[in-house]
Design a protein around this ligand. Sequence first.
Ligand code: S3P
Length: 171
Amino acid sequence: MNNLLLCGFMGCGKTTVGKRLSKTLSMEYIDLDAEIESEAGLPIPELFRLYGEPYFRDLEHEALSKLSHRISCVVSTGGGAMTFQRNRMAVSPEDLVIFLDASFPVCYQRIQGSDRPLLRTNTLEEFQALYENRRTAYEQAASLVVNADASPQQVEAAVLEALQAAGFPHK
Ligand code: S3P
């Protein structure tokens, strides 16, 4: 069976909804950011601070490429992962990418005060522009788009409904 990948902006609910889905669907859960942190032995803010974003992006690409060896996992990607063509191309055609589409105010409200590097280093205007600029990439990466403004329970239910309509899991 295929992997399910969740993509979307920081705060769209990839981790919360991903964990729920993995339980409901009895699929293993992978948090791509956690994989990167454990591989590098450092938290993401430290990776950005010490080595810069390009280094983090290379680790992210490696972690994503390794998913081709995994099956039947629910994967939460980091908010930037699917914005890079090399990462979109590294996703197996057998996998299904879902874009959790939450509005900017909702994403911002959920992550306000967190130590995400891109939140700290951008002005609010720049951060919102990043959100707008990334939408096309998420849409390109995903076969399913689910509105993600509601509660985790409601978003999970909407994802399950969309999966059923799309005939997932494919045997
Ligand atoms: C990033 C999002 C973060 C993390 C890193 C970069 C991004 O993940 O991968 O800080 O570029 O949007 P979340 O989307 O889980 O916050």
